[in-house]
Ligand binder design. Structure first.
Ligand code: PGA
Length: 255
């Protein structure tokens, strides 16, 4: 059985005060979450404040990135121990915006995953193809490469603790064009198959694969109901408590 996860990626939005208000809005708006794991990823500046608001709640806090060294002369970076100290339990790794704007590559994704696992942060690892790659019919090839290199030298036991997120780059942030249910289900099956091949089906049976890319209340029932979609990673629609709550209500346990 896989308990669904709904994770909100607030990206570079929300002051500390706004983050506290949003976290409270989600918590008080949904006192009985049902069978679903809820995570929010505030900007670094608000992790501590949001973690304090949510400390006795069912909602966990994620960071949006991690550096692979524990400490030292790395101006502007945040390490796993620092993120844990701030109150994070999860960390988003390899988001396409980092790949696109900040030089993230599969090899650095791999280093970040290892650093997160070492300090007990649960990685939410993002993979996904660009529009050009989809048009060229390279979806499987691209995602298999992201998985193979991103998860290099990671053990089956460690992989079973990860969360994967399929985020087609062309569907992120449009608010309109989510991938179709058929496209999503096909890629999720492919990701699970590729992970099972690499790490064994036992390790993968409880691993969750989230979908991200213009997920919103209106399309969440259908997308989150797909047999191989174990939850969602939500950007825009996670910035309003009510729309995030409406998505959480559509999360479904998978057997
Ligand atoms: P979106 O973002 O929901 O705004 O498309 C998803 C993401 O980037 O994680």
């Amino acid at each position: 059985m896989r308990i669904p996860m709904i994770a909100g990626n607030w990206k570079m939005n929300n002051t500390i005060a706004e983050s506290i208000t949003l976290a409270q809005g989600i918590y008080y708006g949904l006192r009985q979450p049902g069978e679903v794991d809820v995570v929010v990823a505030p900007p670094f500046t608000a992790i501590r404040s949001v973690a304090d608001v949510l400390k006795d709640s069912y909602i966990s806090v994620a960071a949006q990135n991690i550096f692979w060294e524990d400490n030292g002369a790395y101006t502007g970076e945040e390490s796993g121990p620092l993120l844990k100290d701030a109150g994070a339990d999860y960390v988003i790794i390899g988001h396409s915006e980092r790949r696109q704007h900040f030089g993230e590559i599969d090899e650095t994704v791999n280093k970040r995953i290892k650093a997160a696992l070492k300090c007990g942060l649960i990685p939410i690892v993002c993979v996904g193809e660009t529009l050009e790659e989809r048009k060229a019919d390279h979806v499987t090839q691209v995602i298999e490469r992201q998985i193979e290199k991103g998860l290099a030298d990671i053990t089956a036991a460690e992989v079973s603790d990860l969360i994967m997120a399929y985020e087609p780059v062309w569907a992120i942030g449009t608010g309109k064009v989510a991938a179709t249910p058929d496209q999503i289900e096909a890629v999720h099956i492919m990701i699970r198959g590729s992970l099972s091949q690499g790490f064994g089906s036992n390790a993968i049976s409880s691993l969750r694969i989230l979908y991200g890319g213009s997920l919103k209340p209106e399309n969440s029932r259908e997308i989150l109901g797909l047999p191989n979609v174990d939850g969602g990673l939500i950007g825009n629609a996670s910035l309003k408590a009510q729309s995030f709550i409406d998505i959480i209500k559509n999360a479904k346990v998978k057997v």
